[in-house]
Design a protein around this ligand. Structure first.
Ligand SMILES: [Mg+2]
Length: 404
């Protein structure tokens, strides 16, 4: 009844950033797109899809979305992890896309329809010095943003991840090895409260402020930072400690009322279960692309709903406009939604992935095109060759490697 999957293509491309895109076609001519990008490991997931998943999909009924998910997850001996889950996520997105196109309905409608008028989002404001950061915050406020993530430089350091001394910022560096930077967590913990205090003073009480510590603190440093930031009333403090040491967040939680968000490196509901069930976080940050697609993300959000935790998905520019579409469709239809990260994209990326979703005045809309509402402009998509690019590695001042 739902025809069969006829072809499976994996496109590795580099319109400014590297992307891995899955394109499924059905025998009756429908196309579904999925994002499988894992930054810095693009070719690993492309191989997983081409060599191990694609041959399994050909001939299957694309309407059996849940069954195909279970087949690729439970039916394989090796499971979990970012590569596997991004591959399954891409297949899942593409199947929902096909279902929507077949039905002539946007995916959010298939997920139960709208629960909100728009999907709240937050962008990135950064400045090496506080005055530059305040200027960047003003740009977001002028755009109508109600949620802003703020990051700054740290006195004594040359580089800080997520902060550029220029206006343009490209997180991944091209080359055979990751770029390196030195970081001093103690200096950062001393400086960050002054930065957030200045931003709160400047922006007033109404705007929601977010801040990311990139998993680089000890539990004690994280607790100290959370406490010191309480007067600045953050919307969330993100990734304070390495995400695999989940008990650490109980310690942080006991010492501060600053809301906590984590999970952009999680890939399954089982990675999230302990933190959600123990109410150790306020926001779960899994990205639809890295956590098994729409079908699995919905289960994570349902578990979170039971425990008073909200969704706050990861959304840097290496999450392609296809996965961003999938996330926005969920944001429109999932009740316990907090906010979608929306870093934005270079113009070329918008051109490579023409999309029905839109951003304006700090909020996102899924659009009403059938399916996920994203197409490919292959001429733009393939206009630059893929080359390796990596997020930087950080070391402490004494040279020891620091957590990502
Ligand atoms: Mg983060």
């Amino acid at each position: 009844m739902n025809d069969r999957i006829d072809s499976v293509e994996v496109l590795v491309s580099s319109p400014v950033r590297n992307y891995v895109t899955l394109r499924l076609r059905t025998a009756d001519g429908l196309v579904g797109l999925g994002d499988a990008t894992v930054n810095g490991r693009e070719l690993a997931v492309a191989s997983y899809l081409s060599d191990h998943v694609g041959p399994l999909l050909e001939g299957l009924d694309p309407g059996r979305i849940e069954d195909i998910w279970q087949y690729l997850y439970r039916g394989a001996y090796w499971r979990r992890g970012p590569i596997t889950m991004a591959a399954i996520g891409a297949v899942d997105m593409a199947l929902w896309d096909i279902l929507g196109r077949r039905a002539g309905l946007p995916v959010y409608q298939l997920l139960g329809g709208r629960v909100r008028d728009h999907v709240p989002s937050y962008g990135h404001a950064f400045g090496w010095e506080i005055p530059q950061l305040l200027d960047a915050v003003d740009i977001h406020l002028a755009r109508g943003a109600r949620h802003i993530r703020v990051q700054s430089g740290v006195p004594g350091l040359d580089k800080v991840y997520g902060v550029s001394k220029d206006l343009d910022y490209e997180p991944a560096g091209r080359g055979a090895r990751p770029p390196e930077e030195r970081f001093d967590p103690e200096a950062y913990v001393r400086h960050a409260p002054k930065v957030l205090e200045a931003v709160r003073e400047h922006a007033g009480p109404d705007v929601e402020l977010l801040h990311d510590a990139h998993h680089r603190l000890t539990p004690t440093q994280a607790a100290q930072l959370g406490k010191a930031l309480e007067p600045s009333r953050l919307f969330w403090l993100e990734d304070v400690t390495p995400a695999e040491d989940q008990e650490a967040l109980r310690f942080v939680r006991q010492h501060t009322t600053t809301p906590l968000a984590i999970g952009e490196v999680f890939n399954t509901i089982w990675d999230c279960q302990y933190l959600i069930e123990n109410r150790l976080i306020d926001y779960i940050r899994t990205a639809v692309v890295h956590a098994g697609g729409i079908s699995h993300s919905r289960k994570i959000y349902a578990l979170a709903e039971v425990h008073g935790v909200k969704a706050g998905p990861h959304g840097p520019s290496d999450v392609s406009p296809i996965a961003m579409a999938a996330s926005i469709h969920m944001g429109a239809s999932v009740h316990n939604w907090g906010v979608q990260e929306y870093m934005g994209y270079p113009e070329k990326v918008h051109d490579a992935f023409p999309h029905a979703w839109s951003y304006s005045d700090g909020v996102l809309q899924p659009g009403d095109a059938a399916g996920l509402g994203v197409e490919l402009d292959e001429a733009v998509l393939s206009s630059e060759p893929y080359t390796t690019a990596y997020l930087p590695t950080a070391r402490r001042l004494d040279g020891t490697v620091l957590d990502w």
